[in-house]
Design a protein. Structure first.
Length: 290
């Protein structure tokens, strides 16, 4: 099967005058996402923990595990039209960040939860603003450890990753519900597909061989996408009305529907953990610009 690239998806789409933020935007599918959005005319900000120079992209420092830094980063924007919550960590050794939070849940979910809250006024001022949260098809309905989301006992790196990716899908679902009611800000979750990127930095060669992801020569399995192909679904979701409120894969919506009850419960838990309001203000009418 031939998969489209992000450039294929955006061919003919004019994003001139639009501002897009992509977390984790200087490597892997994040970099491909930034580059394709910029080529389509958007003003693109790549938010990354370790900034590096990228031609045509405004690169700014953002450590999603540091909620003070998340707040300060968001303060630098007046209006945002597209936010792609792409940054993530996978299957890392037990790592504590912030007030003792498990790193995968904190970085993949809680940091993005806080970022949306702090960017909310800017999203309200955007033009038909869209939020895309990168989840996974492998574990979109993995269980949330409601009583111990930070794995204070019995840490398993894959269970923790699964929980964080399920949280991404639940977060997007409830955000779409609240955003649509408040001001027409829509959200969706996406599965980029299997791609070899720095996301696998914590896995050994033997682990990837055992999983069938690579062969003895280190080549990716035939079903793996390139980073440019992996970026396609998230730019499709960011620019296609059909994606609003849905979980997407291969540039199309999927039948998967996160549990509304779990989505609401996770939102309340996330607000409590981060100390942020469980509500999003309706705010002023969205401002057309560009």
């Amino acid at each position: 099967m031939t998969h489209p690239t992000a450039d294929d998806v955006l061919r003919g789409v004019d994003l001139t005058g639009r501002t897009a933020i992509v977390t984790g935007g200087t490597s892997g599918i994040g970099l491909e996402t930034c580059s394709a959005l910029a080529r389509a005319g958007a003003t693109v900000v790549a938010a990354t923990r370790n900034p590096s120079t990228v031609a045509g992209i405004d690169v700014r420092r953002l450590d999603l595990a540091d909620l003070d830094q998340v707040r300060d980063f968001a303060a630098g924007f007046d209006a945002v039209d597209i936010l792609i919550a792409n940054a993530g960590v996978m299957a890392c050794p037990l790592t504590r960040v912030g007030p003792g939070w498990e790193a995968q849940f904190a970085i993949n979910h809680l940091g993005h939860f806080a970022l949306v809250h702090h960017l909310w006024p800017a999203l309200l001022r955007g033009r038909d603003a869209r939020v895309v949260v990168v989840s996974s098809n492998a574990v979109p309905d993995a269980p949330i450890r409601w009583d111990d989301p930070h794995f204070t006992t019995g840490y398993d790196k894959w269970q923790a990753y699964g929980q964080s990716k399920a949280a991404n899908a639940l977060f997007a679902a409830h955000l779409d519900l609240l955003g649509q009611a408040a001001a027409g800000v829509r959200a969706s979750s996406t599965h980029p597909g299997a791609i070899l990127t720095p996301l696998q930095r914590h896995l050994t060669r033997d682990e990837m061989l055992a999983a069938g992801w690579i062969d003895e020569a280190g080549q990716a399995a035939p079903y793996f996408k390139t980073p440019a192909q992996g970026a396609a679904t998230q730019v499709w979701a960011a620019t296609n009305d059909a994606a609003a409120g849905r979980h997407c894969n291969d540039c199309a919506v999927t039948p998967f529907r996160p549990s509304p009850a779990d989505a609401s419960r996770l939102w309340a838990l996330s607000a409590s953990l981060t100390g942020l309001s469980p509500t999003l203000a309706a705010g002023p009418a969205a401002r057309a610009h560009g």
